[in-house]
Design a protein around this ligand. Sequence first.
Ligand SMILES: Nc1ncnc2c1ncn2[C@@H]1O[C@H](COP(=O)(O)OP(=O)(O)OP(=O)(O)O)[C@@H](O)[C@H]1O
Ligand SMILES: [Mg+2]
Length: 584
Amino acid sequence: MNTPPSGVAPKNIPSGPIIGIDLGTSTSAIAFLTPDGEPELIQDLNGDTIVPSMVQLLPDGQLVVGSVAKSGAVTYHDRTAMEVKRLMGTGETVKLGKKVFFPEEIGTEILKHLKQAAEAKLNREVKDVVISVPARFENSAREATRKAAEAAGLEVIRLINEPTAAALAYGLGHIADQSKVLVFDFGGGTLDVTVLEMFEGILDIRTSVGDDKLGGKDIDEAVMALLRDKFKETTGKKMPPPSRDRKAAQRIKEEGEIVKKTLSFSESVQVNLPNLVGDQSLVCTITRDELDAQLEDMLMRAMAVVNEALARARLKWDDIDVILPIGGSSRIPMFRRALQFASGKELYSGGLNPDEAVALGAAIAAGIEQDLYQKQQKDIMILDVSPHRLGVATIKQVGSEQFVEDYFSELIPKDAKLPAITKRDYMTLSDGTGPIAIRIYEAVTEGNLCREHRMISELALRALNKESKDEPVQVEFRYTLDGTLEVAARYISAPMVQVDGKFVLDAPGAGGAEIPQEVWRNAPLAGLVLPLIEQVERQVKERPDIASTLNDMAGFVKLAVIQNDEDEVRKRLDKLTDLLFELT
Ligand SMILES: Nc1ncnc2c1ncn2[C@@H]1O[C@H](COP(=O)(O)OP(=O)(O)OP(=O)(O)O)[C@@H](O)[C@H]1O
Ligand SMILES: [Mg+2]
């Protein structure tokens, strides 16, 4: 254990070093902030800074991780776990030899391996970490990541969204202030496109849109299909299905990745796999054009994600100042060309390696948490949005006697600025004799039925002592900056809160940081809100019981001010005025 230095330690700030970790689908990395404030990757005990996210159970029962596991993947194809990140929190399992593992346990092994590397490098115990996750990771996957870390002896101080981490790594000192940035994060498992704005040390995330089934892994599949076709063309025989010849399948997979990577730099590549199936070898050439033709469909899907992100951020290509390609798959020329063509702009390179940026950014975020970074640079604040829609299950009346059960009623929309507070009123349909279940859902699709979505929790609102039907109930959601969702429900006729629940949703935002005075007070719309904000500040001192509500609401107003969104400012001011009137 680290002992804190004598004197008063700042509250909630861990005393040891905080480390940044990118726990990726295909590769992981760990980084720390050097004493002069520069993020630096740490080599693992195999000598790698980019560590394959692979875990292998050797026949003697030993677990090996990283490049050692990767080089044994052909021999021990049935004892190697890879690309399990997509399975985090799903309850699915992977089998290594005869042993069954949860994806979280595989994650734990990778994290232990990285922890060990950091401890060897820094020569002290490493406990506190910032881990990056895909921006649109669901709540269950975020929780699974936390659990995996806990089991590895790590404490997650914060989860940070991968594109935000990358923007931190590139942004600070490289990208001009006042830039609108589109992060094209094309990794091993997913494509995530995030639009954010940087100004005055604030990273304002506008939206993250993505495709969870589009990543390097899927491109590998396309290359493997191409290799299997070539096998059939050259030998006249079909390759056996992977379940029949897992060794051949693993060789095709490894070769496929090499082919794919090589074609990012060369126009063609020579393949030579002797005795691939029995004594049949695969010898052929694959050209970049052949690969491009296979990827056309994926390109369309990728560009659809990009367009959706722009639309959600209400921006056009002209508004975007910087296009940041990150993730290993963003090296593929066809995707780069399409981005350049659509935007009419060059892609940003910034001198960082696209598969290192996220870990470096996580280390910077760790430094921010530790207040280490502020000493070196100006204050940095991350304003985040809700990655998914949140709501409750209701029964919707669609005709005089027709009802849709299990209808998703949205309280917090996707991309809602955090903190977000919404209240909605509902009517009870039961006769008031039994408790009312309040089921809280995170939307996974655009659909309106709860069964398509993921339930976060369930609360019971006890029955009112009444015979009556049609009893109005108010449900309130508060999604705070530190990533908790607070849910309250009350009968409107008996306005005491009846149920009250708190759930960690891990909004990887600013951690409750306040918008600095000098930032919002200098914005053009500040004059409009100043008197009310001052009134709020007085009230906050006098009424500690409602201080947090007031502060949250004032936060919205300030946010709209710095975004220079007059409509939003007026809307928020009205709400704040109502609240002040109501509460004081
Ligand atoms: N030169 C290249 N050309 C094409 N693809 C590449 C190249 N280099 C790496 N890749 C691919 O990039 C992917 C890995 O990228 P990265 O390490 O950024 O992803 P990850 O962090 O593991 O995944 P995710 O962020 O989706 O969880 C792999 O699929 C890898 O094959
Ligand atoms: Mg990644």
